[in-house]
Ligand binder design. Structure first.
Ligand code: ADP
Ligand code: ASP
Ligand code: MG
Length: 416
């Protein structure tokens, strides 16, 4: 009998009716002869509701207590799903992260899984039970509850699949696979049949929230085949694995367009152009554990230069404050900021060996009169920062320019 791990996201368990549909899916996997371990998220909106309560109780919520609070969402759904399964005649048992012993480090609200004790799960499977595990949570060495960051149930599922040597990890959600871009923004987006870990990692890290980045890192590290599927409809979904099964020569140039609405930028104008300036601007930001994404420094003139970088929007106010406090130190003339920007990225391992992608991208944006504020490139992606009002227009323009839509084909071809 092969073992599969099935994860169901918040929308999929958003009501008792939906939980009943999830139970039907699980039973049909059992009927097909699989052992099943299930991971569930909190009911849709629940984690946001708890976060909001925490912020009302304490201005900067204590992270240990926040984890105690946030982990309750998943505890509700595991019990309700186990009850629903039992009610339909399917033996099932639920476990919190603490009960399984999903061991993590102590980085509250963004903990990493370091160990999974699979004993109880294996014993239940041997007894013919479906095992339902709470996503997004674990416990650290001291026995304190931790959570894995937003979207962390994906990572719980993949980590369990790796620990149990599962045949496949299925991520059931409210779309029927990974698309060339968010299908809620571009209706013509196309479902991808297969995707490499590398491509999915890039899409996820550039904003495609269909999978938590860490879950893809985990799957890639342990070689767990990952499939994204709809909870509500049957279909093959998208298979993410080490290699494409099709002919590598047919590898598409571009796999998709990702975007991130969570960006904000800060510019230090007229800083002295001398060694150590970048370090002295970004050092204090890093010391506050604020992650910096893109960095651009203009070529200097008159011994001064401008320095721009982006951070998560949640860190914008704090970063601006840190930088402004030090303006005189660099003799900068001014510090400006903008938290109404977004990052749009074109992703594809195929672009590695292909010239002209950037110019095609910039032409498509120019044709829509979209001003590019920052650019960054790597071997397999090109990202631009633009005003947030151009998000939808920009994503659509690129999607069309690279022929990514359903049945889309471009002169010059999108395959190499
Ligand atoms: P869940 O609650 O099941 O974890 P999420 O909301 O985390 O679901 O992820 C699914 C959502 O990801 C979809 O509803 C879709 O809007 C969004 N999404 C963003 N980019 C993509 C993409 N490239 N392909 C599919 N879905 C995407
Ligand atoms: N409930 C958590 C969240 O909303 C974890 C998850 O859904 O994956 O982020
Ligand atoms: Mg999710």
């Amino acid at each position: 009998m092969s073992l599969i791990v099935q994860k169901f996201g918040g929308t999929s368990v958003g009501s008792l009716e939906r939980i009943a549909r999830v139970a039907t899916r699980i039973r049909s996997a059992r009927d097909r002869g699989h052992d099943v371990v299930v991971v569930v998220s909190a009911m849709s909106g629940e984690t946001d509701r708890l976060l909001d309560l925490a912020r009302r109780a304490q201005e900067r919520p204590d992270l240990r207590e926040l984890d105690v609070l946030l982990s309750t969402g998943e505890q509700v759904t595991i019990a309700l799903l186990a009850m629903t399964l039992q009610e339909s005649g399917c033996a099932a048992r639920s476990y919190t992260g603490h009960q399984v012993r999903i061991g993590t480090d102590s980085a509250h609200t963004r903990a990493r899984i370091v160990h999974i004790d699979d004993q109880r799960i294996r014993a239940d499977l041997a007894q013919g039970r479906v095992v339902v595990v709470a996503g997004f949570q674990g416990e650290d060495e001291k026995g304190d509850i931790t959570t894995l960051g937003r979207g962390g149930s994906d990572t719980t599922a993949v980590a369990l699949a790796a620990a149990l040597g599962a045949h496949e990890c299925q991520i059931h959600t409210d779309v029927d696979g990974v698309y060339t871009t968010d299908p809620r923004v571009v209706a013509e987006a196309r479902r991808l049949e297969v995707l490499t870990f590398e491509e999915m990692l890039e899409l996820a890290s550039l904003g495609a929230k269909v999978l938590q980045i860490r879950s893809v890192e985990f799957a890639s590290k342990y070689g767990v085949p990952l499939r994204v599927l709809s909870t509500f409809e049957d279909g093959p979904g998208t298979l993410i694995g080490p290699d494409r099964e099709d002919n590598p020569m047919e590898q598409p140039l571009i796999s998709g367009v990702a975007f991130n609405r969570d960006e904000a930028k800060i510019t230090v104008l007229g800083v002295q152009d001398r060694p150590g300036v970048a370090f002295s601007i970004l050092g204090p930001v890093a010391d506050e554990n604020i992650e910096v994404d893109m960095i651009v420094q203009n070529s200097g003139a008159d011994g001064t230069t401008d320095f721009t970088f982006t951070v998560h929007r949640n860190d914008y106010a704090r970063t601006l404050q840190i930088v402004r406090e030090r303006t005189s130190q660099w003799r900068a003339s001014e510090v400006t900021g903008d938290d109404r920007i977004v990052k749009i990225s074109l992703v594809g391992v195929g672009m590695r060996s292909h010239a002209g992608i950037a110019s095609r991208m910039f032409r498509a944006l120019a044709a829509e009169s979209i001003n590019i504020q920052m650019i960054s490139t790597s071997e397999i992606k090109i990202s631009v920062v633009v005003d947030e009002k151009y998000l939808e227009l920009g994503v659509r323009a690129l999607h069309t320019a690279f022929g990514l839509e359903e049945n889309g084909a471009l002169e010059g071809g999108v395959s190499r």
